[in-house]
Design a protein around this ligand. Structure first.
Ligand SMILES: CC(C)(COP(=O)(O)OP(=O)(O)OC[C@H]1O[C@@H](n2cnc3c(N)ncnc32)[C@H](O)[C@@H]1OP(=O)(O)O)[C@@H](O)C(=O)NCCC(=O)NCCS
Length: 184
């Protein structure tokens, strides 16, 4: 089932995220955060954006969330997404279902588009393109991790067609959460 994350999910979510920090440059984060710091991230993100987990028999197998893209006001309608599925649970459609539910939440809030920041040569591109994202640009030398440079690729999904000429103010996720059927 898909449900909103709670701060108390932090330890389980970190179990999925820690190997990605340790062994890959998929995330540009260097240090594994403490559980209490991660709880605070979940709390803070959830104040405005969706933070969702996939849970089976009380075990979290994947998670996704959105964050603000850039701080200036005109960026209100664009956000950044992140998604991680436990290695043992990949390739079973969990990522796809989590992302689709995230997009439903974002559309209901009134966000217009989502940016996935990915490593352009990584397999993650295949996943994002399968979900409708299109490449918008690549920043060479975007990050330095594990003693080498990595490009930062930006892939975008536009959530509305046509895009409204006068978008309504974006609503915080908690104010629309009841409109989303999260058990799908
Ligand atoms: C990327 C990731 C979230 C995908 O989750 P998943 O549950 O394995 O993906 P799904 O099974 O839902 O795949 C959905 C579709 O995406 C595509 N896809 C998934 N993984 C892919 C890959 N490695 N290469 C190419 N296409 C892929 C396929 O079209 C797939 O549909 P299909 O199985 O019907 O062909 C997961 O592999 C992961 O956590 N990877 C490490 C972290 C990461 O890269 N996160 C993204 C950066 S924020």
């Amino acid at each position: 089932m898909i449900r909103p994350a709670k701060p108390s999910d932090a330890a389980q979510i970190l179990d999925i995220y820690a190997p990605i920090i340790r062994h890959t440059a998929i995330t540009f984060e260097y240090e594994i955060p403490e559980v209490d710091e991660f709880e605070e991230r979940i709390r803070k993100t959830s104040e405005f954006y969706p933070y969702l987990v996939w849970e089976e028999r009380r075990k979290i197998l994947g998670y996704t969330y959105a964050t603000r893209f850039r701080s200036r006001k005109a960026y209100d309608w664009i956000c950044e997404s992140a998604i991680y599925v436990a290695e043992s649970a990949r390739g079973k459609g969990i990522g796809q279902k989590l992302y689709q539910k995230l997009f439903e939440c974002l559309r209901t809030q009134g966000l217009i588009s989502v940016i996935g920041v990915v490593r352009p040569h990584a397999q993650t591109v295949g996943f994002h393109e399968a979900l409708g994202f299109q490449k918008v640009g690549v920043i060479p030398y975007g990050g330095y991790k594990h003693n080498e440079w990595h490009d930062a690729g930006f892939w975008q999904l536009v959530l509305f067609d046509p895009v409204p000429t006068q978008p309504a103010p974006v609503k915080p996720f908690p104010s629309i959460a009841d409109l989303i059927s999260l058990n799908a």
